[in-house]
Design a protein around this ligand. Structure first.
Ligand code: GDP
Ligand code: MN
Length: 304
């Protein structure tokens, strides 16, 4: 009998550069998914980064809604990977089912954004992201793109555009299209408030807190006076304008795989009074990796 093969990877040969297409760099797209939106899949399919260099990873809760989303996702995957054009096929696809129960059954937008529901929800999300990350991050991955399942519109060049900046963590600005009843026209508004620059007020709030308390963004009961990237959008300015960030969201976020390999993950516990994606930005920073935001580069969140 033959001895088991030894797999050798020299991490120095896995490049992470601003020109990932030319350098044939592998991208891992990770999506926690509670619901399946066709618009998410259609947008994903339109990404112009070579699909043969992309691995998709999903994690879905094991509840009724998660089961429904899984079967819809599997339908689309089967179509793409078997009967679709070869160019559209992804390198590989991994689907995980979440073993623990989501903390709140009701997932409507109002309910899940209530402050008292945030902590448990964000902690569960952190664990889901970590499970997904630690089971899928292989030695050949250069970049990890975190992309929420309700991101339904991005430029097709999203990965190339973000990678071009050559930053350890980089986030576009997440907006939402809606029908403006005053102007009677379609309009758009900022959505993701987790991309922010820290403030002295938030720092002082944190200092007065007990070790188990967390700071949350976007709640009137807890004014932080942080500078939110969501409100930094300037229509006439360069799409590639960069701003430094102290907190990030997970709606769309490109991360150099080395940041995760160094051990930066999504704390499900208060880390400097921050959890999940915001805690991740802080942990990355403590490891020497600074987050960047692109206020004028927009992606769009589904409107429930
Ligand atoms: P919000 O946009 O900040 O309100 O957060 P979402 O509820 O949209 O959640 C962020 C992402 O995680 C989305 O892609 C959801 O589909 C997904 N998601 C939400 N809850 C769960 C959950 O309990 N388990 C898993 N695996 N994914 C979830
Ligand atoms: Mn969402």
């Amino acid at each position: 009998t033959k001895p088991p093969p030894v797999m050798r990877y020299n991490l120095n040969n896995v490049t992470i550069t601003h020109n990932p297409v030319e350098n044939r760099e592998n991208v891992l797209i990770l999506t926690p998914m509670a619901r399946f939106y066709q618009e998410y899949w259609d947008n994903l399919m339109k990404l112009s980064y070579p699909h043969e260099l992309i691995t998709l990873g999903f994690i879905l809760p094991k509840n009724k809604e998660g089961n429904a989303a899984t079967s819809e996702l599997q339908k689309q995957i089967a179509k793409t990977q078997t009967s679709g054009p070869e160019k559209a096929r992804f390198n590989s696809i991994i689907i995980l089912r979440q073993e623990f129960d989501p903390p709140i059954s009701s997932q409507d937008e109002v309910e899940r954004h209530k402050m008292q529901n945030q902590r448990a929800r964000r902690a569960a999300m952190a664990k889901a992201r970590n499970s997904l990350l630690f089971t899928t991050l292989g030695p050949a991955v250069s970049w990890v793109l975190w992309l929420d399942a309700d991101i339904i519109e991005t430029p097709p060049t999203l990965i190339q555009d973000l990678a071009l900046h050559d930053k350890p963590l980089i986030a576009p600005n997440c907006f939402q299209r809606y029908y403006n009843t005053e102007t009677k026209k379609m309009d758009e508004r900022p959505y993701d408030f987790n991309n922010w620059q820290d403030s002295p007020t938030a720092q002082q709030l944190g200092e007065k807190m007990g070790p188990d308390e967390i700071l949350l963004e976007g709640y009137q009961d807890m004014p932080t006076y942080r500078s939110l990237m969501a409100f930094m959008y300037k229509p006439d300015e360069d799409k590639h304008t960069e701003v430094p960030l102290d907190g990030v969201g997970g709606t769309a976020l490109l991360v150099k795989a080395d940041v995760h390999r160094d051990g930066a993950m999504f704390p499900a516990f208060p880390f400097y009074h921050l959890i999940e994606t915001e805690g991740f930005a802080k942990m990355a920073k403590r490891l020497g990796w600074q987050a960047t935001g692109l206020p004028n580069y927009k992606v769009y969140h589904y409107n429930e």
